[in-house]
Ligand binder design. Structure first.
Ligand SMILES: Nc1ncnc2c1ncn2[C@@H]1O[C@H](COP(=O)(O)OP(=O)(O)OP(=O)(O)O)[C@@H](O)[C@H]1O
Ligand SMILES: [Mg+2]
Length: 263
């Protein structure tokens, strides 16, 4: 199996101030190892503050590990990789651009012609239910709508590897379910490699081929749980016995880590 992302012995430390104002070193990732297979949908669960966004930021080329190495498609990662697209935690839209131009932003970088950009951007806006809002600006949208624009932008860019950091966390339950299905439909057709961080155990199971459970900080991968539910996933699978068995097991893995992270 072809591994498109291989992270080995990653360490990330930050210089921070403690309560007394003294300088301290915060170790976020330590001996962190994770490999992602080509075309797989890998979901990541871990307690708040353990280092999930830190790992994704490093993969996106926006931050650098203190030590250890990452290979992407066989080459050492060094800065921003154009085959990687990101949906950040929070919306990160360009406030001065219309919704349509936000979605088309990545295509501009790729050198896609204007007419084609518009066509692609409109298609993805339609898929996230925002076709009518193409000419509005981000401040005119609700939080959930902004998040959908950010998702449409990442999908329109069409990267081989898609990093998603809690992309659905700000959405209402119904929109979230709809977008989970839409994302799976797109993934099934385009066979991207997806690395998807979530706090929702159900979401991690419903979407994932495998779920990587992280420990509390300094984070390591505690266990990787394969999800044996068949594809294509359907909403009623959430009520299946197999689903609740996996849910129980994942909760047993993550419970102690959440407790640790609160101490
Ligand atoms: N630039 C930075 N400088 C100092 N500390 C940082 C920096 N970025 C992150 N941290 C710290 O690293 C730890 C991990 O942060 P990170 O954002 O990766 O967590 P997370 O797992 O994504 O959490 P959440 O689930 O709440 O989003 C936190 O304790 C955070 O305070
Ligand atoms: Mg985070």
């Amino acid at each position: 199996m072809n591994q498109v992302i291989v992270a080995k012995h990653l360490k990330r430390q930050f210089a921070v101030k403690n309560e007394e104002g003294r300088n301290e070193t915060l170790t976020v990732l330590n001996d962190f190892n994770l490999s992602v297979n080509e075309g797989e949908f890998l979901t990541v669960l871990g307690p708040s503050g353990c280092g999930k966004s830190t790992f994704l930021n490093i993969l996106a080329g926006l931050d650098k590990q203190t030590s250890g190495q990452i290979k992407v498609e066989g080459a050492l990662l060094n800065g921003v990789n154009r085959n990687i697209g990101v949906v950040f935690q929070g919306y990160a839209l360009f406030p001065w651009r219309s919704v349509l131009d936000n979605v088309a932003a990545g295509l501009e970088i790729r050198g896609v012609k204007k007419k084609k950009r518009k066509e692609i951007a409109e298609n993805y806006l339609d898929r996230v239910g925002l076709k009518k809002f193409a000419l509005r600006y981000p401040h005119e949208l609700s939080g959930g709508m902004r998040q959908r624009v950010a998702i449409a932008r990442a999908l329109a860019y069409n990267p081989a590897i898609l990093l998603m950091d809690e992309p659905f966390a700000a959405l209402d339950a119904q929109t979230r379910e709809m977008l989970q299905l839409e994302l799976l439909r797109i993934w099934e057709v385009e066979k991207k490699t997806v690395l998807f961080v979530t706090h929702s155990i159900d979401e991690a199971i419903f979407l994932g081929d495998r779920v990587a459970v992280m420990t509390s900080r300094p984070a390591k991968v505690k266990e990787i749980v394969p999800i044996t539910l068949p594809r294509n996933r359907t909403v009623d699978m959430r009520n299946a016995n197999e689903f609740s068995e996996i849910r129980k097991y994942l909760w047993s893995l993550i419970k102690d880590e959440v407790v640790n992270s609160l101490q």
